[in-house]
Design a protein. Structure first.
Length: 307
């Protein structure tokens, strides 16, 4: 099981690059990033429910009454993360924001492991884990510095936005830990994923309604969907694989290892997406510093896991 979760985490992280491209296309098609996210989360909910039905575990949903109420709320982290990206990208830039997300994820996962929080098996920080964690953080910094002009967006006046970015990254491993607790309650991973995505979709729909009412955000439309490429629907499936892999992997290989491998997979795939302009995204050549940052991420998670 453990040996399978390492490559699975890398693949799940790589799929986040697919999710980003797909969500960008759907957002253009419906004219609303909030609406596009709500749709993709709904797609992920349906996909996971179908898989749960095919694996004869959909009935586990009935056991949710026996779970603690807050074990069901892991999906709210997805909505918080997405809203944060929409707020942060125009203010800090995508590269800086992603670097801060990585830092938040790594710091939170190290805390979960060290203190054994939220049901994650306690693994006190030893020298390998500390070195590996620092390598991951250093890699994230190199990725930011390797993007021309990215670091210049950070200033004292933006400390509040920096704090939001770190928090948005930190909620992702917390979400995985909470979902793992729900799995311990009801015992079926695909049923847990269904619940998590349903909560996320409902939360994002509430955000959409509030944005339309208070911020006069445009209502999503479906006129552009017909001209959208077929892979524009893949975001929900990619997200479902990522979320399921994280909460299944945390109790087995630890929060830091799961987060580290998924982040490394995401960044490695993002280099290819940027280099070749896949998913209709702009081409961006990878600098030596950025490649070194990705290498540091991979080396860091290898040290954390003792590979």
């Amino acid at each position: 099981m453990e040996t399978l979760l390492i490559p699975a985490s890398l693949v799940a992280g790589a799929l986040l690059a697919v999710q980003a491209g797909a969500n960008a296309q759907l957002s253009k098609a419906v004219g609303s990033p909030f609406g596009a996210t709500a749709i993709q989360l709904s797609v992920g909910t349906i996909a996971l429910a179908i898989i749960a039905a095919l694996t004869c575990t959909l009935g586990a949903l009935l056991a949710v009454d026996d779970a603690r109420w807050w074990h069901v709320l892991g999906g709210t982290a997805s909505a918080f993360y997405v809203v944060s990206t929409i707020l942060l990208f125009p203010r800090l830039g995508a590269v800086v924001s992603v670097g801060l997300f990585i830092a938040g994820q790594m710091l939170a996962s190290l805390a979960l492991d060290h203190f054994g929080l939220l049901g994650v098996p306690a693994a006190p920080l030893g020298v390998p884990m500390l070195i590996g964690g620092l390598a991951v953080l250093g890699g994230a910094a190199a990725i930011v510095l390797g993007q021309t002009g990215a670091a210049s967006t950070l200033s004292a006046s933006k400390l509040g936005w920096v704090a939001l970015a770190l928090t948005a990254g930190a909620v992702l491993p917390v979400q995985g830990a909470v979902n793992a607790l729900l799995r311990a309650d009801i015992g079926a991973p695909f049923a847990v994923g269904t619940i998590s995505f349903l909560v996320a979709a409902l939360s994002m729909t509430a955000v959409l309604i509030l944005a339309m009412a208070l911020l006069k955000a445009p209502a999503p439309g479906l006129t552009g969907v017909s001209s959208m490429p077929w892979w524009g629907w893949l975001g929900g499936f990619a997200g479902a694989i990522y979320v399921t892999t994280v909460f299944v992997g945390m109790p087995v290989i630890g929060a830091s290892a799961v987060v580290g491998f998924t982040v490394a997979g995401q960044q490695a795939a993002s280099v290819l997406v940027d280099r070749y302009g896949w998913f209709r995204l702009p081409r961006r050549p990878a600098s030596i510093l950025r490649l070194a940052g990705v290498a540091a991420l991979l080396a860091g998670v290898a040290v954390i896991k003792g590979l």
